[in-house]
Ligand binder design. Sequence first.
Ligand SMILES: NC(=O)c1ccc[n+]([C@@H]2O[C@H](COP(=O)([O-])OP(=O)(O)OC[C@H]3O[C@@H](n4cnc5c(N)ncnc54)[C@H](OP(=O)(O)O)[C@@H]3O)[C@@H](O)[C@H]2O)c1
Length: 378
Amino acid sequence: MPSVYQLLPTTDGGKPDEQLTRKIKREKIKKILFHVLAVSAIMVIAAQGLRAFIRSSERFLQYGGKGCHGMQRNLSSLPSHYSLPSGDKIPSVALGCWKSSPGEVGQAVKAALNAGYRHIDDAWIYGNEKEVGKAIKDSGVPRDQLFITSKLWNSFHAPEDIEPALDESLKALDTEYVDMYLIHWPIAWKKDENVLDKELTANPYPTWQKLEELVDKGKIRNIGISNFNIARVKNLTGNALKYQPAVNQVELNFFNPQPELLKWSKDNGILLEAYSPLGSNDNVKKALSVPEVQEIATELGITPAQVVISWHVQRGTIVLPKSVTPSRIEENLHVFKLPDDLFEKLENASVSHPPQRTLNPSKSWNLGFDVFDEKWPF
Ligand SMILES: NC(=O)c1ccc[n+]([C@@H]2O[C@H](COP(=O)([O-])OP(=O)(O)OC[C@H]3O[C@@H](n4cnc5c(N)ncnc54)[C@H](OP(=O)(O)O)[C@@H]3O)[C@@H](O)[C@H]2O)c1
């Protein structure tokens, strides 16, 4: 086949017209350049489109996706678990079981396990461990995938009373061991009398030593405390403990965010667990109506409860929302990393008013002092 040059018109000597040849060459280069530019532009547009698609998919899965818990959790950068000193992993969101009435708590636990919860927060005093234990068994979730917490009630702090109290909870929960056992309050009562045992309250070390023994016996995997302020934690940890308290379960919510306790606990390697995280029954409506909570929820397309629960985990605490409503149970499990500016906005709002506790039984227990007073009463 003749080349394009052979087909060009010739000058007198039979040679191709040089001017025309140059023109055709220029045209050809222009064409090639045009193609290169066009292909590059298409590639840039495609790459941008792909990036935008990935960004919007991430946002959808993070904030708007209704996928399963595992999928959202994997994509969010909030921790789904924390590590305990024992090496055990504790899930960051648990189902709280206080005030879940008999007949309600079992179906709540089933709904929770079905939704993907693996952490159940219970206590002897809640009076519902039997129903919780049955629901756990019926769910078929293997025991080693679960994290079950129970708590030692005030009446059983005397070393000789601890193992029988624990055994009662183990029997009700139908389990050989609990993953976490907490001293429910830093208050010891004389057994069967509900009167303050001043000695054991002032010195919880004998109680703690017995709990350490039960860890070694295999009935408890981790031990912790609850409702201890800094002075009371120091009063305990000032002893030569074999096992440090793994967690301190305390009231933390928008109205009582306790930033000093949170910082001190982090500095001292004690994980906090946020109880009444939504403000408990009486304040949940108020907490979910806080303007900053509402604004963040609207901006991110998530629910006010999800904003608050996410804020807790982002503060570095375990969170224990209680619900007996299946849709809320499902909703409460989905935590998301709030963008830093929104997290700060909520954190600042929470500490910009005088703290207000939801729960303080000091008066109803006739203690004669405030259990949360940092000044040591004895
Ligand atoms: N160690 C301690 O001394 C101590 C003290 C208090 C609590 N706790 C633990 O912490 C857990 C939680 O605390 P809490 O029960 O006081 O209060 P909470 O979890 O702050 O609030 C529970 C209330 O919020 C409602 N709720 C839950 N999810 C909701 C949602 N997505 N939207 C709207 N409302 C919602 C519940 O209603 P429904 O149930 O009707 O859905 C219930 O009325 C307890 O169950 C217990 O395990 C420990």
